[in-house]
Write a protein that binds this ligand. Structure first.
Ligand code: SF4
Length: 265
């Protein structure tokens, strides 16, 4: 039996982490893997497209309401092809710490969830870029054993991706690959490939910008479920296969800001 993969996808807020995470989860489920997705973003939209548009209660909201979370079924919901969906939720604006909240919620989940141990793949969809120690909490606590970074070819997402690499090397965590979620910037594939190579990693997927992704999302479905015959679904399938078979990870070497600017010019 292959060891369980526990991956985190990092990247600038709004770059498409949740849609990538949920489409990869769906593609892996299609291949017969047992998959769990743990959304750590306060917007809790990691799992909505696996659940036909339904929002599930978040662990932190339930804890705040004083509910005793005792069974897996209180917070783990089955979606497309039995993907297990969990939403951690976030702190109240202005109070509390997102990183701390993630740890509290996941510790709770580990206590009650038997099936967590049986998963082939657990995907952590983590908010924002690593700007503070809080967001690397899942790695520090040993919950995650592989990290991926998602970016486009624009300067700001690449700047965030580069910062993430700095954060990962500071905590001795390896990077398994760079994913480009295209914004149709000129020379985008070339820019992101170069970035990936220069930090010592590789571009593992180039996801073209396609309206169908937004359309499926708006309807509450993954691309795999709603538009499984499209080219973009094939891109997610290839990425999923790549993730499940990858055993190569590197210590990322972040670039200087100057080099990063040169790359995107
Ligand atoms: S920025 Fe970091 S320390 Fe501050 S609340 Fe968020 S996770 Fe916690």
């Amino acid at each position: 039996m292959n060891p369980q993969k526990r991956i985190a996808i990092y990247g600038k807020g709004g770059i498409g982490k949740s849609s990538t995470a949920s489409n990869v989860a769906a593609a892996c489920a299609d291949e017969g893997y047992n998959v769990m997705i743990i959304g750590c973003d306060p917007k809790s939209d990691s799992s909505i497209t696996l659940l036909g548009g339904k929002r599930i209660p978040t662990i932190l909201d339930l804890l705040r309401e004083g509910m005793e979370i005792e069974e897996e079924g209180d917070v783990v919901f089955e979606g497309y092809k039995a993907v297990k969906c969990v939403e951690v939720g976030g702190p109240e604006p202005g109070i509390g710490c997102a990183g701390r909240g993630i740890i509290v919620a996941i510790q709770k989940l580990k206590k009650i969830s038997q099936s967590m141990k049986e998963m082939d793949l657990i995907i952590y969809d983590v908010p924002g870029d690593i700007v503070c120690g809080g967001f690397v909490a899942p790695i520090r606590k040993g919950l995650v054993n592989e990290a991926y970074v998602l970016t486009s070819g624009e300067y700001m997402p690449l700047y965030a991706a580069n910062n993430i690499c700095k954060g990962l090397s500071r905590i001795n965590t390896k990077l398994s690959g760079v994913i480009c979620n295209s914004r149709s910037v000129s020379r985008e594939k070339e820019i992101v490939s170069k970035f990936a190579n220069e930090i010592g990693s590789e571009l593992v997927a180039f996801i073209p910008k396609e309206q169908i992704v937004q359309d499926c999302e708006r309807d509450g479905y993954s691309v795999l479920e709603k538009a499984g015959g499209t080219d973009i679904a094939e891109v997610y399938r290839a990425l999923a296969r790549n993730i499940m078979s990858s055993d190569c990870a590197v210590d990322p070497r972040a670039l200087t800001d100057e080099r990063l600017r040169e790359l995107t010019r």
